[in-house]
Design a protein around this ligand. Structure first.
Ligand code: UDP
Length: 442
């Protein structure tokens, strides 16, 4: 696409750095989404600036990914990893840094695309200060998350998050739901007001699907007749890895000497993902699965296609998933997916055609799905083939970026919005950024 005038877009992802290694703690689908959308938009002719928080002095302040696509990191709060539930107090500083950078570099953004509720707050401030328009992708909804965790685990920031998420939906020029299921949740649990478009997440269909099964098994030294079950994702109790390992204990194939399990995902000892990995390893030991299970650690995007292609099935046992990139990566690689019957997984996985769905946390149901596919290799191959075709048709990053690009152009051609009349919540923890003046009432 060749634009007559320069078209510049800011993608804001305060806690999900698009330039970081994927698969680490708090680095997952959002990081992958922002990076791939950014790069695909640049291929379409956009000047793309992706903004995030700098978490270490060792990190570059600017990373150039390709011509017209870069990540810009601001120091807002301490130069160290801070869990996302503790970041709200540093957002005013992030807004100030953004405005300063924009001014110093002579940049003008007619539109910002924010990601996750923290960035949505930043976007709402920018709307007031620079009169830009806002597109938002939630990635996760507080109202859904808090309904699926124990009351005691609900963090103090929850009330602010719910408030911000509601105001955002009612005031953003457009909210992007990544699946019809996510849109329905927004309407049921957040607000009936506001504009929502459905534009899915995507995947790299050149990368995933590039490796054949035999080649992949040879590379990973896995026997051609092994029954290989794969999990890929973060170590987080809500990802349901426990359901998967307990289902393998109940599977008919438990005592089959050909059964193999690979659990891929990064973790840092002592951090929340390290604690979850220790818990899963203890369950694996207790169930007698240790000798057939490999904890592969963080898998880079370069090696992931080989893992997906080698697997007989990829299991996505999440308690909830607004979209679930892993499912479409596996499908693009020709591997059927057994997933929880929730959220975006109901949109991507077509039961009996590209894989199977089971109720979340239902160990016997997952065991039965695993058995059905493992005992029928011909059906497995058919499901995998159909899965690959579905992803190629519906979920490529280039297709996603084209839809977003059309939306941005449509919105920027509309008249400038009237200022937001409602007060936006102010971080109560602004003491963390005591040197920053929060100017809410402009
Ligand atoms: N991922 C990765 N290496 C790993 C584990 C995960 O690159 O070891 C990537 C995976 O390929 C996917 C993303 O992290 O693109 C996870 O996204 P998903 O939407 O499945 O889950 P989220 O992390 O957003 O909950």
């Amino acid at each position: 696409m060749n634009f007559k005038t320069e078209r510049r877009i800011a993608l804001i992802s305060v806690h999900g750095d698009p330039a970081i290694e994927f698969g680490k703690e708090e680095a997952g689908g959002q990081n992958v989404y922002v990076r791939n959308v950014g790069e695909a938009l640049a291929r379409l002719g956009w000047q793309v600036d992706m903004y995030t928080r700098r978490v270490s002095a060792a990190q570059d302040e600017i990373v150039q990914h390709m011509p017209n696509c870069r990540t810009i990191r601001f120091s807002a709060g301490p130069l160290e990893f801070v869990p996302r539930d503790e970041l709200f107090g540093y957002l005013p500083e992030f807004v100030e840094k953004f405005l300063k950078f924009q001014q110093e570099n002579g940049l003008t953004y007619e539109l910002v695309h924010t990601n996750y509720w923290l960035s949505s707050w930043v976007g709402m401030q920018l709307k007031k200060k620079i009169g830009c328009k806002q597109v938002h992708t939630y990635h996760s909804l507080g109202a859904v998350k808090y309904a699926t965790i124990d009351q005691k685990d609900i963090p103090p920031i929850a009330a602010n998050r719910l408030d911000v998420e509601c105001q955002l939906l009612e005031t953003a020029e457009r909210v992007v739901a990544t699946s019809p299921q996510e849109k329905a949740h927004m309407r049921q649990l957040v607000s009936t007001k506001g504009n929502i478009d459905i534009i899915p997440c995507g995947t790299d269909i050149q990368r995933f699907g590039s490796v054949g099964r035999d080649e992949a098994r040879a590379a990973l030294k896995i026997d051609s007749d092994a029954k290989l079950v794969l999990y890929v994702g973060r170590f987080d109790p809500r990802k349901g890895i426990e359901t998967l390992v307990r289902a393998l204990r109940e599977s008919k194939f438990y005592s089959d000497e050909k059964l193999r399990v690979i659990i891929g995902g990064g973790s840092v000892p002592g951090q929340s993902d390290g604690i979850e990995r220790d818990r899963i390893e203890a369950i694996v030991d207790e169930l007698g699965l240790r000798s057939i299970t490999t904890f592969a650690g963080r898998l880079s995007q370069e090696v992931l296609p080989t893992y997906y292609a080698a697997a007989d099935i990829c299991v996505v046992p999440s308690h909830y998933e607004p979209f679930g990139l892993v499912a479409i990566e596996a499908m693009a690689s020709g591997t059927p997916v057994i997933a929880s019957d929730v959220g975006g997984l109901q949109f991507t996985v077509v039961p009996e055609q590209t894989g199977l769905l089971a109720p979340p946390q239902d160990v016997p149901a997952f065991a039965s799905c695993i058995d059905r596919i493992l005992e029928n290799p011909e059906w497995r191959a058919k499901l995998g083939e159909a899965a690959k075709i579905r992803v190629r048709k519906k979920f490529s990053w280039d297709g996603v970026a084209e839809q977003l690009s059309e939306l941005y152009i449509k919105l920027t051609e509309q008249p400038v919005p009237v200022p937001v009349p409602v007060p936006i919540p102010v971080p109560a923890t602004a003491t963390a950024t005591a040197s920053v003046t929060v100017t809410e009432k402009e």
